[in-house]
Design a protein around this ligand. Structure first.
Ligand code: 4EH
Length: 230
């Protein structure tokens, strides 16, 4: 099976590239895509650069040009839910865009006409992930992930996102990738390990925990790949 694995930042895919052995680099659409075989699958690996636009470009290329049959996102996130500590893993049940605002026309925050406020990730990939978590003996949270083109480092913005979308974690790429995959009809999965709690100390925590949390997510994603049927 052709499986795309993407992150936003180099640090999010480095641990994956380090584990897969030899790969080929292909330049396309302002980015580098790494292809390799791993556990009987063909992988396409890339980091998009930060935010909704770059992540949508990368996800589109992975679907359209590389023919990805499933897309797995691996990376870090800011925690909202009090249950989530730094280093904990959360998989998205559904994702939304917290920075979409056409409220002036009577629409709810996050809603775009002819779209849906929430996009659900693939249920089969989520149940596979739950099995992997049990076998690895690690706790895997499931919840709503809110995406926007903002690094959130304030408790005011964080609680607004929590109250408006009932979100458990936030980041800057998941919902745009979800939107691309929904439109290309490609099953997708978004996994994030918490790097910070999106409030006053977020940037310091982020710098301190980006690498370790990215590695937690990457290790889990590769375990999932080993279990996906061919
Ligand atoms: O890709 C962006 C990175 C932060 S911006 C979104 N990623 C990390 C997830 C994330 C996040 N998003 C919004 C982790 N914590 C978050 C938070 N708010 N609090 C970045 C970081 N370092 C250098 C340049 N840009």
């Amino acid at each position: 099976m052709k499986i795309a694995i993407m992150g936003a930042m180099r640090e999010e895919i480095d641990p994956i590239l380090e584990s897969v052995g030899t790969y080929t680099a292909i330049e396309h659409a302002g980015n580098i895509f790494y292809t390799c075989s791993y556990a009987g699958h063909e992988l396409i690996i890339a980091y998009s650069k930060i935010g909704k636009v770059f992540s949508a470009i990368t996800a589109s290329v992975m679907c359209e040009r590389f023919g990805a049959q499933a897309l797995l996102f691996s990376g870090v996130a800011g925690g909202i839910s009090k249950e989530l500590n730094i280093g904990d893993l959360i998989m998205a049940s559904t994702l939304c865009q917290h920075d979409v605002d056409i409220v002036a026309f009577g629409h709810p925050y996050g809603f775009i006409p002819e779209g849906t406020l929430m996009i659900e990730s693939d249920p089969a990939l989520r149940s596979l992930a739950s099995e992997v978590a049990v076998d690895m003996g690690i706790e895997l949270y499931e919840g709503i992930i809110a995406t926007g083109d903002q690094f959130v480092a304030s408790s005011e913005r964080k609680s607004w996102i929590q109250q408006t979308f009932n979100a458990d974690a936030l980041e800057m790429e998941g919902a745009s990738v979800a939107c691309v995959c929904q439109n290309f009809d490609v099953p997708f999965f978004v996994l994030r390990a918490i790097s910070d709690t999106a409030d006053g100390g977020a940037s310091e925590d982020f710098d301190a925990f980006l690498k370790s949390s990215a590695a937690v997510s990457a290790t889990f994603i590769l375990e999932m790949v080993k279990r996906i049927g061919h």
